[in-house]
Ligand binder design. Sequence first.
Ligand code: 4AD
Ligand code: MG
Length: 478
Amino acid sequence: MKRARIKDVLKTSPQNQEITVKGWVRSFRNNMFIALNDGSTNNNLQVVVEQAGLSEETLKRITTSASISVTGTLIASQGKGQVVEVQAKTVEILGDSDPDKYPLQLKNKPSLEYLREIAHLRFRTNTFGAVFRLRNALAFAIHKFFNEKGFLYIHTPIITASDAEGAGETFHVTNLDMMNLPKNEKSEIDFKQDFFGRAANLTVSGQLEGELAAMAFSDIYTFGPTFRAENSNTPRHLAEFWMIEPEMAFFDLNDNMDLAEDLLKYVIRYAMDNNMEDIEFLSQRLTEEEKQKPQNERSELTLIEKLKFCLDNNFERVTYTEAIDILRDSNHNKKKKFQYLVNEWGVDLQSEHERYLVEKHFKKPVILTDYPKNIKAFYMRQNDDGKTVRAMDILFPGIGEIVGGSQREERLEKLETRMKEMNIPVEELWWYLDTRRFGTVPHAGFGLGFERLVLFVTGMTNIRDVIAFPRTPNNCEF
Ligand code: 4AD
Ligand code: MG
């Protein structure tokens, strides 16, 4: 008989029909009631084994996280807490789970830190069940959004020979013998003998290749893994993260901001329309967690209120220069409450400044534009003032930067000059510059950090808890 998903079974009207369900035991009470879970929902199906005639030995094998297959009849539940239950006729043990050795005892509420150490099993908890179902829904919603808008999904390479951001945070890709590296006349490593005949690295962004595609298809997006060897041990940085990067020909910065705001609202709404049960669970989890904090550190809004608030408000659009004035004149700055004080125009904003603007000053998502050119990448369109570029960062409550993007410099000469100033190898990027030689057009794009989006929607506070197997400095387990 075909296996029924527990999520569907719980919505089925009970008419003594025969069904088969399979899953993992969450708990077994009074040698009678199994709470069975198959990951399709956090809600367990109650299986009553009374009439299955199980031997003493089989009953002992129904332990937490043992896997079982149950065939029985679906009936209206006599007990409280569930509408339907299964009256088991047969219970087959598929895989035993030794209760003395099983590391995940749900009774004593394992900490998120401990669960990271057993990330291979944490999928079986309610919290991670909800997080990963939401992650899935958000990924689907992103594709749905772009597909409805007629964008082409482009797969940009994972292995490249360029550093799109020019920040020098790449991981090398090589198959040279590390113990016996070939050297050239100058005693440098001879990458000519390496696999690709040149030095290669994991991509930090698909943008440059995305721009090439946009110069033919007009509207494209990428959605793939990106890699950064930045040594930031923070709750918001991963060495391997997923990024969504749309790139649009004939777009200026305003069009770019409109699209980014639409996208964020669309995917949040999608999650609320389709996964409310999981969001409700995580909202309660967050409220519980915040009870541990002192009153003044708790957030004023619940997770659900935060998501609604984001949908109901226009994002505030402000220039970097305006933001610096706000920060410099803030009481926070005057009372030296920032770790990095804001004194002069031109400094890069720290996460504490971004969060101040969003959470304390504007109290809604903020889009900052027109940053100083010296703190941004080479490809951003230069403004007439000679000091700033057409950049935009979207800042979210509790997260800080969630999106980074810009209008691109489409004028060959200006782009080349800027690349030389910033020591970006002009010859190596000949193919990128060709788009400016052959039918260049104004265009723009942005990158949305997928894990930061999942953080926001799930209300989790550490990025290591929204990707299955996080890669961070000194951690590559699983
Ligand atoms: O601002 P970033 O570096 O921009 C780019 O890579 C551009 N090429 C994007 C574009 O215009 N096509 O990164 C974009 C976003 C950030 O706003 C952040 O959400 C996320 O990617 N991000 C990270 N997420 C997790 N861990 C990291 N180490 C991240 N670095 C960036
Ligand atoms: Mg950025």
